[in-house]
Design a protein around this ligand. Structure first.
Ligand code: GLC
Length: 731
């Protein structure tokens, strides 16, 4: 106890930060119940009574004792620096051991300043852009007292029916991993904590994006081989980049919920990957082990999670209510509890909380707004994808522009996981006017209204379209309601709502070119309207600078450089849809359609728009592909030409196909990409190196293998096009 008294004395004089010795002393001085409280994370409202934070899961009474709240380890769902300071001050007064609270939040795509949803950011194919945006968000978050963000979400996403694809880096393992790592580096990465950095919690471990039928929280049936080969790289990249925490996912893996999955959390994450950071559950996930049917009651649920190595229980209290009895009965060892508390205290120490529990809160210098808005603008410009353009774009500033649809003049352009104030968000109409479009007529711009049991809908406004009959070109700003994406937002249809499809048809019937701008958090089924539109722009949910970025792109002041991070379907029936599928023994050949092959009777296998696809105002051609062994891997060289009369940026993509391996490999796998900026007519030789690891995969023994043999190498503008070469690689 003497040591603890000394620690407290020195702490009160602001002199210490805890060494491992002091952490051990602190652990020994804590009661079991205090340790269990340190392993519990609750909404701030349980500490503040008045707080009205939004919960993202089931709310219920937690039956806590006052001393449990006094010893709580971490909180989430508060908002603002004043709350954070008040919470920490009171906590340090009341916690017998004066262990600072950890403040965690969901910074998913910005905090005060909202940038495009992560799926849109991935379409930039520009990881440094993600890093910059996350660094900006971390500066805003630390000023509000945030120590850790539940981000990046690294769940590979291949089913657009699942609302959470918006939070991910898309369908490809390499791109998803690159953006997960970039996010961690932006938040704070291996450089460690600083005054404006936050720790990252990578989620949802693991395979959450594989939810059957795209239905959120549903069973995941992935082979271990596919899980390790395709779904794990994103989490691993985030950890390699310095993520300090892992959030276990709601779903089952191999029929065992991740929250209780010892293979996943102990054997793989801790033993094989050597992760010694903190594992946290998702919201209420321990209690939900009973609903999963793997625990008879909450006590057994707590035991399963403890034995699986879960350190922090989020928004349920089974550890607090049953932990003492589990230790007393020998079902859980005190050493396991101490290990968890040690990891939590070390995280707090690493974040400098013992040295400064108010890190980031000290009279925060107001961050200048301009750089943050510039970052949001640049991110939005680089993430909107031009899917179709028959020449109607770029717009002429003098054109008489009609503007219709529910996104014509709304600030609801953030998407989910964005609690920021949207009062200064730039609407489409604002952006067009500021950009100098002097003749804009708005009509049929009714808002999307939500109703239980169906997707949000607009009124039938076909009759109002006549007001736009004299316009030169009509912009239809359509999409899905921002609150119908993200968590608990699965859909069985991916089409625009019926009245929006009807609106586009009515606008098209006016005989003027229609430019559809689609605001959504997922690939939608655009086939029904594609032919009626002269141009289509996938805007996603672009954040604060939605209107300014869109206007500058539509007017040609900026060029479209983004490429799709998820395939767009012809039909929802194609889901899950992704380019990197195995060929099957009966591949369908569009050039030679046969009956008894892997195909649909009523739809092509091909996506409407493939992964990696996107148009620019500039245009590019490829030739001269060559592949040569180099440094244990392969150098891929290709010549890219800008065949247009304006400068532009192309995203050169290199894919491989392992022609014959011990397991069926995807018909293409992205292994490298690079953005090249070319002047009109400029020709550039682009060389990308594929290291030896690029040709390795998870074999039947569930470990990485390289197998000599023939490889196809593709270089081109997307997953469906490009030049092809072959190379035989030996050992
Ligand atoms: C939610 C989400 C998770 C989020 C957590 C805290 O249910 O699944 O992504 O970080 O709760 O809000």
């Amino acid at each position: 106890m003497a040591c603890n008294a000394r620690i407290r004395a020195e702490f009160e004089q602001g002199e210490i930060f805890l060494s491992n010795v002091e952490i051990e002393a602190l652990i020994q001085s804590m009661t079991l119940r205090e340790k269990l409280a340190q392993m519990t994370q609750l909404s701030a409202q349980f500490l503040m009574r008045s707080h009205t934070g939004t919960l993202t899961g089931p709310e219920r009474a937690l039956n806590l004792l006052p001393q449990d709240l006094r010893s709580l380890g971490s909180v989430l769902y508060w908002h603002g620096a004043e709350d954070a300071r008040a919470l920490q001050e009171r906590h340090l007064r009341e916690d017998p051991h004066r262990i600072p609270l950890l403040f965690a939040a969901d910074i998913i795509h910005g905090y005060d300043t909202i940038y495009p949803i992560p799926l849109a950011m991935a379409c930039s194919f520009d990881p440094p852009l993600m890093k910059d945006a996350c660094a900006m968000a971390a500066r805003e978050g630390t000023a509000a007292g945030i120590h850790l963000t539940f981000s990046p979400m690294a769940d590979l996403s291949r089913d657009a029916r699942w609302g959470r694809v918006m939070e991910s880096g898309g369908e490809d393992p390499v791109l998803n991993a690159a953006f997960a790592a970039a996010a961690v580096e932006g938040y704070g990465g291996p450089a460690g904590p600083g005054p404006h950095t936050i720790a990252a919690c990578v989620k949802h471990f693991a395979g959450y994006g594989g939810a059957q039928a795209g239905r959120d929280y549903n069973t995941v049936e992935l082979s271990r081989g596919t899980l390790l080969d395709q779904y794990m790289p994103g989490y691993r990249a985030a950890l390699d980049a310095g993520a300090a925490m892992v959030m276990a996912s709601f779903n089952t893996i191999d029929r065992v919920p991740a929250t209780a999955n010892r293979w996943l959390l102990r054997d793989l994450l801790r033993e094989q990957w050597g992760f010694d950071g903190v594992i946290i559950t998702d919201f209420n996930a321990i209690e939900e082990l009973v609903a999963h049917g793997v625990a008879e009651d909450s006590a057994q649920a707590a035991e399963l999670a403890l034995r699986a190595g879960v350190d922090i229980e989020m928004m349920s209290t089974t550890y607090l209510h049953y932990g003492e009895a589990l230790v007393a009965s020998g079902r859980v060892e005190m050493a396991a509890i101490d290990d968890a508390v040690r990891r939590i205290l070390r995280l707090k120490e690493k974040l400098g909380l013992f040295e400064d529990p108010y890190r980031g809160l000290a009279a925060p210098r107001p961050l200048p707004v301009a750089p943050r808005r510039a970052c949001a603008y640049k991110s939005a410009v680089r993430s909107m994808v031009l899917l179709k353009n028959d020449g109607v774009l770029p717009l002429r500033k003098e054109a008489a522009l009609g503007l219709a649809g529910p996104f014509a003049d709304t600030k609801q352009v953030f998407g989910e996981w964005a609690a920021a104030d949207n009062s200064t968000a730039v609407t489409v109409l604002d952006g067009l006017r500021v950009a100098g479009m002097a003749h804009v007529t708005v009509a049929a711009a009714g808002a999307l209204e939500r109703a239980e049991g169906r997707i949000a809908e607009i009124p039938d406004q076909r009759a109002e379209c006549a007001a736009l009959a004299d316009c030169d070109v009509i912009l239809a700003a359509v999409g899905e309601h921002q609150n119908e994406t993200g968590e608990a937002a699965s859909r069985t249809s991916l089409r625009l709502s019926p009245n929006q499809e009807a609106l586009i048809a009515a606008l098209s019937a006016l005989g003027k070119p229609v430019v559809a701008v689609v605001f959504s958090g997922r690939p939608l089924e655009l086939s029904p309207v594609l032919e009626q539109c002269a141009a289509v722009v996938q805007a996603w949910f672009p954040g604060h600078e939605a209107g300014s970025a869109l206007a500058d792109l539509l007017l040609g002041r900026e060029d479209f450089t983004a490429r799709l991070a998820m395939s767009f379907p012809r039909s929802v029936g194609q889901m899950p849809l992704y380019y990197g599928q195995a060929a099957t023994g009966r591949p369908f050949d569009e050039a030679d359609p046969q009956k008894y092959v892997s195909r649909y009777l009523d739809c092509s296998n091909r996506p409407l728009f493939p992964f990696g696809y996107g148009l620019s105002y500039a245009a590019f051609a490829y030739d001269g592909l060559s592949v040569t062994p180099a440094g244990g891997g392969v150098d891929v060289t290709v010549t890219v030409r800008n065949t247009s009369d304006r400068a532009g940026t192309e995203t050169v993509q290199v894919y491989i196909h392992d022609v014959a391996a011990s397991v069926a490999r995807p018909v293409r796998e992205l292994k490298a990409f690079a953005k090249v900026h070319l002047a009109p007519g400029q020709v550039q030789q682009v060389r990308l190196h594929l290291p030896h690891e690029a040709f390795c995969f998870i074999g039947q023994e569930l470990v990485p293998v390289f197998e000599p043999g023939l490889f196809e190498i593709y270089a081109g503008p997307n997953a469906a096009e490009g030049l092809r070469a072959t190379i035989r690689l030996d050992a």
